[in-house]
Structures are given as structure tokens and as C-alpha cells.
Design a protein. Structure first.
Length: 72
């Protein structure tokens, strides 16, 4: 349930949030990295984002999803 809400937020507001955080340029340059595997975050691999000191992103690889779930 909670996870579903997160994906909905991402789909609707991901780009807007990037703009608000001045990260849109980094995203377009593929400089936003997954907090676990350090691969560039792109539109079709973004799984989640969370705030820890700064905005962090997590891609949708099984290992990274698992990593993200564990920190919640
Ligand atoms: Zn990853």
C-alpha cells in the first residue's frame, strides 16, 4: 500500500520535484545516481526517492529495491 503511494507520487511529481530541487539538469545529464548501485537514474528505472541529508534516489533493480525497503 505505502509503496504504491510512493510510485504514484513519483509518476506525477518526480520531474516537478527535480525542478524544485534544482536537480533537473543533473537528471538530464544522467548525473543523478542510484543510492545503492550508483547507476544513473532515468525515467524508466526510478523506483523511489527519499530524503537523507539530501535527496536520494533508488532504481528499480531487485537489489536496490531490497536495499530501499530495508532502510524504511
Ligand atoms: Zn540501483
Amino acid at each position: 500500500m505505502q509503496r504504491k503511494e510512493i510510485s504514484a507520487i513519483i509518476e506525477n511529481d518526480f520531474l516537478q520535484l527535480l525542478k524544485d530541487s534544482n536537480l533537473i539538469e543533473k537528471y538530464q545529464n544522467k548525473e543523478l545516481l542510484c543510492c545503492n548501485c550508483k547507476e544513473p537514474i532515468v525515467e524508466n528505472n526510478i523506483f523511489a526517492m527519499f530524503y537523507e541529508n539530501e535527496l536520494q534516489f533508488c532504481c528499480n533493480k531487485a537489489a536496490c529495491v531490497c536495499f530501499f525497503e530495508k532502510r524504511r
